[in-house]
Design a protein around this ligand. Sequence first.
Ligand code: ADP
Length: 393
Amino acid sequence: MIILTLNAGSSSLKFNLIEMTNETTLADGIAERIGLPEGFVRWTIQGEKGRVEQDMKDHKDALQIIMDELSKTALKGRDVGGVGHRVAHGGSHFGDPMLITPKVLDEIEELSALAPLHNPANVLGIKTAMEIFPGKPQVAVFDTAFHSTIPDYAYTYGLPHEVCKKHGIRRYGFHGTSHRYVAEHTAVLLGKPLDSLKIITCHLGNGSSITAVDRGKSIDTSMGLTPVEGVIMGTRSGTIDPGAIIMLMEKEKLDAKALNTMLNKQSGLQGVSGFSSDCRDIEDSMATNDHSRLTFELLCYGIVKYIGSYAAAMDGIDAITFTAGIGENSPGVRACVCGRIKNLLGIQLDEEANASRSKENRLISKPSSRTAVCVIPTNEELMIARYTAKLVY
Ligand code: ADP
């Protein structure tokens, strides 16, 4: 069976076509600048890269271009068995992946209040796929789902109870599909059952989150009500004193929209360095640029503090796993983080393994290390496809 996974943004649509019999990716790509001038779709199909420059008025146009291309190549003569959608926010009531019914779609739409940047785009992706594949099963996989096991004392904010209840204000967490995937693969790599391990998973990409996975269950995570909480990210601030927001409102006369832009688009690596949201640029220039040095140290120090607090939350840990763009590709960030907690957690990094450019799941600590350190490339699309296949058949 072939599963199509879709991840819709407000002006983009990412897709993956996965053959489930051997779990291989037949095609992947993205339509960008949907509804804007200079739109294009780029893809990789069976190792071959392709691209078409074409303006797309909406997501339906984009998916039509993608399907036209796939039906000539990767899908030739075959059909999609089901469509899996990445959905950012499942609120308090969506834990497991769901077959999408009109009622489920309405509920996802209602959750837009909690994720105004993400859920409306995800709904658009679902509606588009329903039009292009009428009658075909569609499945929603929620970014928040893995975190539904977080206990109340870890998801509650110290605000008045009634106001939080009224608006659904609490920690939800994100990147759940990724944290679950890498935790499961860490257990396989270590040759131990997942339910015997305490793992801290560090998903460090443009957006970053860190999760405490206690015997297979998320018990705390760094992102909160929204994906802006936690460590500093590409352009998001991460955790700051809420008093700073009040001060910005008063002194800079910023309203909710301007604050949202500042916290989500102008902060993090971009804001602190003053020139780039890309960790590679920061690392390349930190020997000569003091802003880059500060940005790098702020990032690593933030990760270290989460690891320390989650090691306390789980009363000890067995493994730390790095994933996503920075986690998979930056030996510098991994070495800095592990160096700062080597005595606390008895970490002995294998420097050669850490420096390796391998794309495989791998251990980067020595056998004598008390805490194992792993690098597991994430594969959220495969996870979404697995859930979809399970619900479709
Ligand atoms: P997203 O959260 O958008 O899915 P990714 O997980 O792909 O993002 O991560 C993208 C980020 O990964 C880039 O912005 C860059 O900072 C970082 N990155 C990629 N390669 C490297 C590298 N070799 N060294 C350091 N950082 C890297």
